[in-house]
Write a protein that binds this ligand. Structure first.
Ligand SMILES: Cc1cc2nc3c(=O)[nH]c(=O)nc-3n(C[C@H](O)[C@H](O)[C@H](O)COP(=O)(O)OP(=O)(O)OC[C@H]3O[C@@H](n4cnc5c(N)ncnc54)[C@H](O)[C@@H]3O)c2cc1C
Ligand SMILES: NC(=O)c1ccc[n+]([C@@H]2O[C@H](COP(=O)([O-])OP(=O)(O)OC[C@H]3O[C@@H](n4cnc5c(N)ncnc54)[C@H](OP(=O)(O)O)[C@@H]3O)[C@@H](O)[C@H]2O)c1
Length: 536
């Protein structure tokens, strides 16, 4: 890595071709695929694995089947095992992968990026006449163009340091800081103001930092409210229940703003779940970007079948789980939760604990604190000792906090979604890629394929379409998401993931039809291994 004195900003910077921020699943995948460019991976903590290290409780498990959550060239040791790996096993798998492909050597741990600057700005912060301006008008340009485009300030977060900041310069920067983790979402939670309440308030990320004993003593014999009804909340509620077994134990109440469909396993009426949404034939029923008029017509024709599949799954869930008894039947179709990647897998014994009275549910769109607990919009009060906020994360704010003007204002479009071509390139932000922002049923698989695509793009094996075309494509995808689900802001491609990958394969110059015969092509699900390329 070369050292360079930056006259404009009066600091020395280390210069390298490729920088990657974050060493979670996405950052590790990017580092492996871009390894020939000797990337520098800047990781804020002293661990790889991101959310699997920092947002997991003792009960956290993968909720994607393991054979769908694996790198194409690194199968899980026991990939046919149908149990879900624990978060520790996910971390072990990731470490083995990073060691096997010698990725760890690229990582600078305890290196938190605190600021990103664009080298093409003058002292007043105005864009110089350069590639970015060209970009606004037409072509995106090369990812690697021989000079540093991004300057990155990195704070040493190790205990021994005094928070020293070192500057780096990169031609191409890959942002992998994660959609979840690090920045708790606190909106509507009285802006983080809990002083009215005399008990304890913790966000799920703070709870994740507690060891088993501390977690147990926080919850044991306490009345607890868990705010939220998604996967973090459901798992947290189960941790509360487990800490409150026996007659001394108190009940845990889940405060639910929006109901969602919850699923006990990947089997529906005896059929494997993948048949409904993860094969080419099942995704054929759903809209895809740039579809022909004929396909639009077919989709219309098939819409009763699509709705029927959703209803079929809903009927199973209503039969299998006491959703009606507990007032937990969502108003929206199952398909909308699936299309927004919001399907949570239910832990064992969840409703058994509700039947025992250990788990309670309170539906409330608004709530606030009073000294003894939580007050709801209907003025009823819940007395609690501890409030756990499983309210999710603000990944966009996390990104904006390190992003420079004027790009910060371009990060989100008017719908509040990041406009990313192939889920990776922001057409108006030069020499930068984002991995881990679009979601699917397996975020690892989605990230890895996009990193392969990125590597070929950096090597100029293909060219991006003009900026206008990319924006049109992004818009097409967003329209599909909007038509599929009211929760489109989750930026999820699960109902057209195979089509999304097909387009990526075509640009990479590889055959998008990855199966050995038409039967498998139509009826078997697509996994990472389908994208294994022995020539890589
Ligand atoms: C508890 C939990 C369980 C999940 N389970 C599943 C699942 O079963 N299946 C699935 O498909 N998806 C799951 N997800 C979604 C999950 O986010 C992805 O699967 C994936 O692990 C995300 O990886 P990532 O690398 O994009 O982000 P992260 O894991 O968030 O990693 C980001 C990394 O960037 C680092 N970083 C952040 N800011 C900076 C900075 N300023 N400077 C330097 N480094 C920085 C962080 O320390 C972290 O190491 C889960 C998410 C959570 C929170
Ligand atoms: N593999 C695993 O076991 C596992 C475990 C945990 C998390 N995850 C994943 O991690 C990601 C984040 O999950 P998450 O559960 O932490 O966050 P999330 O999916 O964003 O869910 C946040 C929950 O909090 C609710 N909420 C937010 N603000 C609220 C408020 N002010 N008042 C009341 N309710 C509020 C939301 O309700 P609304 O729906 O009304 O917004 C929602 O129920 C997801 O992708 C999830 O699948 C996976």
């Amino acid at each position: 890595m070369a050292m360079l004195y930056d006259e404009k900003n009066d600091h020395v910077k280390q210069v390298s071709k490729v920088g990657i921020i974050g060493a979670g699943i996405s950052g590790i995948a990017a580092a492996k695929q871009l390894s020939k460019h000797n990337p520098v991976v800047l990781e804020a903590t002293e661990f790889i694995g991101g959310v699997w290290k920092h947002c997991s409780y003792s009960c956290t498990k993968l909720q994607t089947p393991r054979c769908d959550f694996e790198f194409s060239d690194f199968p899980w040791p026991d990939r046919d095992n149908t149990t879900f790996p624990t978060h520790i096993q996910v971390l072990d798998y990731l470490y083995s992968y990073a060691k096997h492909f010698d990725v760890l050597k690229c990582i600078k741990f305890n290196s938190k990026v605190v600021e990103i600057r664009y080298a093409g700005l003058d002292r007043t912060g105005t864009l110089l006449n350069n590639e970015s301006n060209n970009q606004m008008c037409g072509e995106y340009g090369k990812l690697l163009n021989g000079h540093p485009v991004w300057e990155v300030a990195v704070r040493d977060t190790s205990n021994q340091s005094n928070g020293a900041v070192q500057w780096y310069g990169f031609e191409f920067l890959v942002i992998c800081i994660g959609k979840y983790g690090d920045m708790p979402r606190m909106e509507n939670t009285n802006n983080g103001e809990f002083s009215a309440f005399s008990g304890k308030v913790l966000h799920s990320i703070e709870y994740s930092k507690l060891d088993k004993e501390a977690a147990h003593s926080l919850l044991n014999g306490k009345k607890v409210a868990v705010i939220g009804y998604k996967k973090s909340a459901i798992d947290l509620a189960m941790e509360c229940v487990q800490a409150n077994q026996g007659c001394e134990g108190e009940a845990c109440t889940m405060v639910i703003r929006t109901l969602h469909w919850i699923v006990p396993s990947y089997w529906i009426w005896g059929l494997p779940f993948f048949l409904f949404y993860s094969t080419r034939s099942s995704q054929f029923l759903h809209q895809t970007p740039n579809q022909t008029l004929f396909k639009t017509f077919l989709c219309l024709l098939f819409s009763p079948l699509r709705r029927g599949i959703s209803k079929f799954i809903e009927q199973y869930l209503l039969w299998k789980l006491p959703l009606v008894k507990y007032g937990l039947k969502p108003d929206h179709p199952f398909e909308e939760d699936y299309a927004s990647c919001q399907m949570a897998i239910l832990p064992e014994n969840f409703f058994e604990e509700a039947d025992k009275g250990k788990l309670k549910f309170k539906k409330a769109s608004k709530w606030g604190f009073w000294s003894g607990g939580i007050e709801f919009e209907d003025k009823t009060r819940l007395e609690v000792d501890v409030v756990l906020l499983a309210t999710g994360y603000d990944g966009k704010k996390k990104l904006q906090s390190i992003f420079p003007h004027p790009f910060k204002s371009l990060l989100l479009d008017s719908n509040g979604v990041m406009p990313l071509y192939r889920g990776t390139i922001h057409p108006l932000i030069p020499n930068m890629a984002f991995v881990g922002y679009i979601e699917s049923v397996s975020n690892l698989q989605t990230a890895e394929l996009r990193c392969k695509w990125l590597c070929r793009l950096a090597d100029e094996k293909f060219k991006l379409p003009p900026v206008k075309k990319m924006l049109e494509q992004i818009n097409e995808e967003l329209e599909i998401m909007k038509r599929s689900t009211r929760f489109h802001k989750r930026h999820c491609i699960s109902t057209f993931s195979i089509n999304h990958s097909d387009e990526i394969c075509k640009e990479m110059g590889i055959n998008p039809w990855r199966k050995t015969n038409w039967f498998w092509e139509a009826f078997s699900p697509y996994s990472s291994q389908d994208y294994y390329d022995e020539n890589e």
